[in-house]
Design a protein around this ligand. Structure first.
Ligand code: URA
Length: 192
């Protein structure tokens, strides 16, 4: 195994045995991340839902299917072309919002993933992931349509905030068109 894969595996093993917050006893699986760790693009969501908790993989439920379709249609990429992970690695009960202390103890894992993968751009999905990555209190409607320069650990990168696909599933038409435009913004940034 190469150095990057073995360091990511080590970090995922640390996450798998983590008991640092109240989400540990109720999880079925720790959902660490999936996809191509050599990619210039990282996609970051909020926290695993029911299906992700069962399968141990991010974005495998309904919102993940929509996300995959939009990334394929707008960028021509599939999961083997990008890396995808969540801010929080364990499912919050009843899909409630993650609490600040849960975010704080879990932050080491997403920051570790970013430091190892060194993406050129991160597409953040929804309020929660966008605010956590950008360390901002602004809502997603203000954040999207902008590209942010950010340094995370040892990595200088661009952040492209967009809607969470579960919001787009509920809101439909206009929101979907706006999410497509955000994905195209990320595509242009990466020179694709
Ligand atoms: N929503 C998220 O934010 N992440 C997942 O993995 C699934 C749904």
């Amino acid at each position: 195994m190469d150095k990057l894969s073995s360091e990511l595996t080590l970090l995922s093993e640390q996450a798998s045995s983590c008991t640092a917050c109240r989400l540990a006893p109720t999880r079925k699986n720790v959902v660490f991340g999936d996809g191509n760790c050599l990619s210039d693009l990282m996609v970051i969501g909020e926290a695993p839902g029911r299906e992700e908790d069962i399968q141990g993989l991010p974005f495998v439920g309904r919102s993940g299917k929509l996300l995959g379709r939009l990334l394929l249609e707008e960028m021509g990429i599939t999961r083997k072309d990008y890396y995808i992970a969540n801010i929080i690695k364990c499912r919050p009960p009843e899909n409630r919002n993650p609490l600040p202390d849960e975010v704080a103890v879990c932050r080491q894992f997403i920051e570790g993933q970013i430091s190892l993968i060194q993406p050129k751009a991160i597409l953040t999905l929804g309020n929660f992931a966008s605010q956590a990555v950008l360390e901002s209190k602004e809502g997603i409607t203000k954040l999207r349509e902008h590209v942010f320069d950010k340094v995370i650990g040892n990595v200088s990168l661009k952040v492209v905030p967009t809607y969470h696909p579960s919001y787009v599933l509920r809101a439909g038409g206009m929101a979907m068109a706006e999410m497509r435009a955000d994905i195209v913004r990320a595509k242009k940034l990466l020179g694709q």
